[in-house]
Design a protein around this ligand. Structure first.
Ligand code: SF4
Length: 419
């Protein structure tokens, strides 16, 4: 089976005020034990798949968090060595590590590169010091400049920089300034997500009490549209609602200017790991709170760091399952798994449409949909597609159904039709 691998690193030096990820501040003392537990989880998969003669091949690996860059070079190296022993690595393996500016050094990045990391994703969020302060980020923009410089010196030629827009009190001018400064750094890839006010976070509470203003929806739309046009005029091609990438030339280097269609272009800096999710393909999730998906099943690991470590140490498992884990999933559920469920075909189709339509150019292929579900898209969703077509939110390019430019702004309104 071909799969992607996600590893969750749930440690942060500080909890940002808007964050609702499964991550913990002040538990860095547990990092060595956590890395050991990850090695056990990988080894568990290796033993089970060897018994089944079901060797797994992987094309992408993603260290996400949390703050994976809190792990040392040797710790990341030991995890990659263990994965190398348990999986067949494809020759063009993409290995991404999320890093926070301010937690890196040239030496650490050199270690990562030598260990096999070949793509870095930096959480920049803003280039404006007041906005970074409000978000309670631990870095300033100078840390970003240093991190990018060190990454290049360490030999990384595939960098993503993450941004957040629609912040309270953010203006179009401060947003434009952040984007310009980030583009000036010459990344191969940019992600930009609108801030979501999550229940249970300080931001969620402050806005609910009226202490923090909620960003204006029209202003957020203006920021998004300006960003799209600006990035496209600077050689980026949008391939997903919130993601833009440069194209590579024949030697694999970045093209200076490129406005040609990105669709299905094999030679781009699009994040191949995330494409696996959006195309509805299988992935394994390892680590505390990680999610996995394969063979029509979804599963998730225990959330808390301490419990995750204990489960891997004692080999205990209380998976709720209606199926034999190994035979139904084509890969073994590890002792860290606490939930699994088989998706109904209706759920599978709905999720396939929702994630596929996030791909702004590729969209959902009618042929792929039919080969997977035995029906064409219109056999299942004729009324919804016609309605969204009439509203100017969806369009066909050949046999690919995708969002229009207007549809990109109203993605949630479109996705509701497939839930
Ligand atoms: S650094 Fe990222 S994962 Fe950590 S608390 Fe901040 S937003 Fe959350």
């Amino acid at each position: 089976m071909n799969t992607s691998i996600y590893l969750h690193i749930p440690f942060c030096t500080h909890r940002c005020a808007y964050c609702d990820f499964n991550t913990y501040a002040g538990q860095e003392d547990s990092i060595p034990a956590y890395v050991d537990a990850l090695l056990h989880e990988i080894n568990f998969i290796k033993q089970q798949t060897t018994q089944l003669s079901n060797h797994l091949t992987t094309q992408t690996i993603f260290f996400g968090g949390g703050t994976p860059s809190l792990l040392s070079g040797p710790q990341i190296g030991s995890i990659l060595d263990a994965l190398r022993g348990a999986f067949t690595f494809s020759p063009d393996l993409e290995v991404t590590l999320e890093a926070n500016p301010g937690t890196t050094s040239l030496e650490k990045l050199q270690h990562y590169r030598a260990a096999g990391i070949n793509r870095l994703s930096f959480g920049v969020q803003s280039a404006n010091s007041e906005e970074l302060h409000m978000l309670e980020r631990a870095h300033d923009f100078f840390d970003v400049i240093q991190s990018v410089k060190w990454a290049r010196q360490a030999g990384f030629d595939n960098l993503n920089l993450d941004l957040i827009y629609a912040l309270p009190e953010q203006t179009l001018a401060t947003w434009q300034s952040s984007v310009r400064r980030v583009v000036d750094l010459g990344p191969e890839h940019i992600s930009a997500y609108a801030l979501t006010l999550e229940h249970g976070t300080p931001f969620g509470r402050w806005t609910a009490k009226g202490l923090l203003p909620v960003s204006d929806a029209d202003l957020a739309a203006d920021m998004y549209e300006w960003l799209s046009e600006f990035l496209e005029s600077h050689g980026f091609v949008q391939y997903e609602i919130s993601n833009w990438a440069k194209l590579k030339d024949e030697s694999g280097k970045m093209k200076a200017e490129e406005n040609s269609s990105f669709s299905f272009h094999p030679s781009s800096f699009a994040c191949r790991h995330n494409l696996q999710y959006w195309r509805g393909l299988p992935y394994l999730g390892l680590g505390a709170g990680a999610h996995g998906y394969a063979g029509g099943m979804r599963y998730s690991n225990v959330l808390r760091i301490k419990t995750y470590i204990e489960r891997l140490a004692s080999d205990q498992s209380s998976v709720t399952s209606d199926q034999s884990p190994v035979s139904s999933l084509q890969f073994p559920l590890t002792p860290a798994v606490v939930n699994q469920h088989r998706q109904s075909e209706q759920d599978e189709m709905g999720e396939f449409m929702m994630t596929g339509l996030r791909l702004t150019q590729e969209g959902v292929s009618d042929k792929v949909f039919e080969s997977r579900f035995g029906n064409k898209i219109l056999d299942v969703y004729e009324k919804s597609v016609e309605k969204l077509f009439e509203q100017g939110l969806l369009e066909w390019t050949g046999e690919h159904l995708h969002l229009t430019r207007r549809g990109r702004l109203l993605g949630n309104q479109v996705f509701m039709h497939f839930v």
